[in-house]
Write a protein that binds this ligand. Structure first.
Ligand code: SF4
Ligand code: SF4
Length: 397
């Protein structure tokens, strides 16, 4: 594992643009990387009323930093790429834009990006700086990085309550982006309290696509499945992120190839889900996920595999349910700390871990834990929060 990372060092380094992939032309890299095209046909589903036909295995580009990988995914026929204004401080969008432009494939590719306005996670409210104008300014920057005049899907990034679903400044910004043709379709992403925010979106009526976290380990998976069904019936296109729940290398002791396929199939077995966007950072990940399209059926082996992982992962998986927030007397943002740790330990991405951790206001960060001798926070999923906080201190504090 990489050495301990510090917020200040990280910010200084990334502002200089030093962290990132090696500077090697991606076409050259693609030629150097021998990848067999898996024998599989592409499977498409329609993304709700948008009418967009997306490959059921689409691409969550978030922590990918190898343009050759994107190049290969486009060659294979994956047609939907998900990024965000904030990923890798803009380099992720730039990479998507570069590759798509170089391949001359803008009209064949569905590009989704996300814009996040500032919010106070303690009160769950947007701050006064969260305006329509700032949202649209960020969109302009994203379009420049993506080298395009429009995105196919524009999301409000990370919505977790009804107030956020109905926040006027964002709704106006999304409507303006559609009106000017800078976004074809609009929606939001969510990775906590998903079932409730999806239902709020159905009532709201403005949203066309929802990107939701969903997997076989989520504590609210049954409620979420039902909400997804209702959204699909209302014509909202459903895209699933975090389909594998976690990267389990650290918990299973070895990379379990079959598990990832089983988890992805579990998500796609629900026809109300249009597609999933697993993160892929290696050619192995890409081939493995792509091959799932050859056979989407969840068989007995998959069921057994998922049951095994469910047992093994107990106490190691944070579903971002937010239940622990009220059990910490200082209001520490435990779910975000857990997410940062997941990126560090599970994804082996110190960069993503610190980007996530850096977004936590200092009064809700590990600073608040420094004079707390006895952690009282409780997790309903059996995670040992005291241990996690100690571990986070070693990485981030
Ligand atoms: S640590 Fe536990 S209670 Fe807190 S968000 Fe994660 S799963 Fe929920
Ligand atoms: S140590 Fe635990 S209870 Fe104390 S402030 Fe931190 S998270 Fe909260």
């Amino acid at each position: 594992m990489a050495a301990k990372i510090k917020r200040r060092t990280f910010l200084k380094t990334t502002s200089l643009g030093v962290i990132g992939s090696a500077v090697l032309p991606y076409k050259a890299m693609a030629k150097l990387t021998p990848v067999e095209k898996p024998s599989s046909s592409l499977v498409y589903r329609t993304l709700g009323k948008t009418g967009l036909k997306v490959t059921v295995v689409s691409y969550g580009v978030m922590d990918a930093d190898n343009p050759a990988l994107l190049h290969r995914a486009l060659e294979l026929g994956i047609n939907h790429y998900d990024t965000a204004h904030g990923y890798q401080r803009g380099r992720n969008e730039t990479m998507v834009g570069d590759v798509v432009e170089s391949m001359g494939m803008r009209d064949k590719v569905i590009i989704a990006t996300k814009v996040a306005l500032p919010r106070d996670r303690r009160t769950m409210n947007y701050t006064p700086k969260a305006t329509k104008e700032s949202f649209l300014e960020m969109l302009e920057t994203s379009l420049k990085r993506l080298k395009t005049d429009y995105v196919d899907i524009l999301y409000n990034h990370s919505v977790y309550n009804e107030k956020m679903v109905n926040y006027g400044e964002v709704l106006e910004a999304l409507a303006a982006a559609k009106k000017t043709g800078k976004a074809r379709f609009v929606g939001f992403s969510t990775h906590s309290n998903e079932h409730n925010v999806i239902r709020s979106a159905i009532k709201n009526g403005q949203y066309e696509v929802i990107l939701t976290a969903h997997n076989f380990l989520k504590s609210n998976k049954d409620e979420l499945k039902q909400a997804i069904k209702e959204a699909a019936q209302a014509g909202i296109g459903i895209v699933v992120m975090k389909p594998m729940a976690l990267k389990f290398d650290d918990y299973l002791g070895e990379r379990d190839e079959k598990y990832f396929e089983s988890a992805l199939k579990w998500v796609l077995a629900d026809k109300n889900v249009a597609c999933a966007i697993p993160g892929m950072t290696t050619f192995d990940h890409l081939n493995q996920n792509f091959s799932v399209m050859a056979n989407l059926e969840v068989d007995k082996k998959d069921v057994h595999q998922l049951a095994k992982v469910k047992f093994t992962s107990t106490g190691h998986y944070c579903s971002s349910c937010q239940e622990c927030l009220s059990t910490c007397p200082k209001g520490v943002d435990i779910p975000e700390i857990m997410r940062s740790l997941m990126y560090y330990n599970g994804y082996h991405s110190p960069r993503l871990a610190l980007e996530t951790y850096s977004g936590i206001p200092s009064q809700q960060s590990l600073e608040a834990c420094s004079d707390c001798r006895n952690c009282k926070a409780i997790c309903r999923n059996g995670n040992n929060i005291a241990t996690a906080i100690r571990s986070a201190h070693k990485v981030f504090a």
